[in-house]
Design a protein around this ligand. Structure first.
Ligand SMILES: C[S@@+](CC[C@H](N)C(=O)[O-])C[C@H]1O[C@@H](n2cnc3c(N)ncnc32)[C@H](O)[C@@H]1O
Length: 398
């Protein structure tokens, strides 16, 4: 193999997220090349081992350490290298030393933590973040147990049962079939606070990952063209959850009048929103009812339509039509836009998860155009984020 081989290995070992500050597209390109490299280098037996044995066992070990309180206690004491004995003492529950040793061995091998010697480990940035209360990474681990895992595992048998018809019915979804409560995803979240919390925690980390929409959509023109004298708001964020997107808008436009930004969502979801500003009003509202706020400059919906198939999505869109002021109000749909070829793992993976969870889908530009036009709007422009994953589709009344 020789010197050039060693050079390549050294170079590959040197890359880290921090090297790509401001170069997100290059980071994603390299990540995608690295994934293809793994795909080419792995034997078929390694591949099936990883799918069948490594990934599920890694998740189990992560979750058990979470249940034992190890991630939180390790972060709380400031991280640092620890022996297995020291980590066992940090645990909030009594645990056999050799049991913990076996869990940590796998997590060291998969670089969730770093093995530094025999029975010795250092945390990584990721493992520290699990125990860091300022992140909701731990809720992401719980969301897998509460929602994603059973839902994905059930999909093959559900599709066999439904004769491989594309799931479109939110009332009889794979998710309803997967859990004993037989509730839809959002209803099951409402039935148990820990299910809602893990969903919201996952959403919070997801919203940190997604590009801030005012960074790739021209909100400055939106604000410049607004007339707020009638008291109508500037932006109504429909299905806005805990307000991450409205807060990003507010960060770019801090001088907007009090109450000019509105978040609508289910009452129980809004009850957990902690917004410390008089600029934003919270309004419980189901988007399956007619929009009660008339003449807003913008009606913004992010990650809403990917939860619903064509018919319910059409209903949500049509419920906004009577509230829009022609020639003034903008409909802003922010969601994944799948390219006709070369979809990323993010886009294609999100699409299948939406199928499994909600009988829903991500959309191509063509399916977006059909849906939005069918509801009575015309599309002005699609503004893509720098990754090319999501777009803001700007439309107005046709
Ligand atoms: C995938 S989340 C997107 C949240 C947020 N827009 C974002 O992108 O971070 C979908 C949101 O729709 C809300 N939702 C579900 N059913 C709803 C309904 N009938 N009316 C209003 N909001 C609803 C959920 O509570 C959740 O906050």
């Amino acid at each position: 193999m020789g010197d050039s081989y060693n050079l390549v290995v050294d170079r590959l070992n040197a890359f880290a997220v921090a090297d790509f500050e401001g170069h997100e597209v290059e980071r994603l390109e390299l990540l995608s090349s690295a994934r293809r490299l793994v795909g080419r280098l792995e034997t078929r037996q390694e591949r099936i081992f990883n799918i069948d044995f490594r990934n599920p066992a890694e998740y189990a070990a992560l979750k058990i350490c979470l249940d034992l309180g190890i991630w939180h206690r390790w972060t709380a004491v400031g991280g640092g290298e620890k022996t297995v004995e020291e980590l066992a003492k940090l645990a909030t529950k009594d645990c056999d030393l050799n049991l913990l040793r076996r869990l940590l061995r796998l997590l060291g091998a998969t670089y969730i933590i770093e093995e530094t010697g025999e029975d010795r480990y250092k945390p990584t940035d990721f493992s520290l973040s699990i125990g860091d209360e300022s992140t909701t990474i731990a809720q992401g681990i719980l969301a897998m147990a509460n929602h994603w895992n059973a839902s994905s595992m059930n999909l093959p048998s559900f599709l066999a049962k439904t004769s491989y018809r594309e799931p479109l019915d939110p009332k009889y979804s794979n998710y309803v079939d997967a859990f004993p409560e037989r509730l839809s995803f959002f209803d099951r979240c409402l039935s148990n606070q820990s299910y809602q919390d893990s969903f919201s925690g996952y959403m919070r980390e997801w919203s940190k990952y997604r590009f801030s929409w005012p960074d790739f959509y021209d909100t400055t023109s939106l604000v410049a063209g607004a007339d707020l004298t009638s008291g109508a708001p500037l932006v109504v964020d429909i299905g806005g959850h805990h307000g991450y997107d409205i807060l990003k808008f507010l960060k770019k436009h801090p001088d907007v009048p009090a109450g000019s930004l509105v978040i609508q969502d289910l009452e129980a979801v809004l009850a957990d929103a902690n917004l410390d500003t008089d600029k934003v009003k919270l309004m419980p509202h189901s988007f399956f009812e007619p929009q009660p706020i008339y003449g807003s400059r913008a009606y913004f919906l992010r990650g809403v339509f990917h939860d619903w198939a064509y018919e319910p999505s059409l209903q949500i869109l049509q419920n906004i039509v009577p509230a829009m002021k022609k020639g003034y109000s903008k409909l802003l749909v922010c969601d994944v836009v799948i390219p006709p070829k070369g979809a990323s793992v993010y886009q294609a993976g999100m699409d299948l998860n939406m199928m499994a969870l909600l009988s829903a889908c991500e959309r191509t530009e063509a399916t977006w155009r059909k849906l939005i036009n069918d509801a009575g709007y015309k599309i002005n422009k699609i503004w893509m984020d720098p990754r090319g994953y999501e777009g803001v589709i700007e439309a107005e009344l046709a």
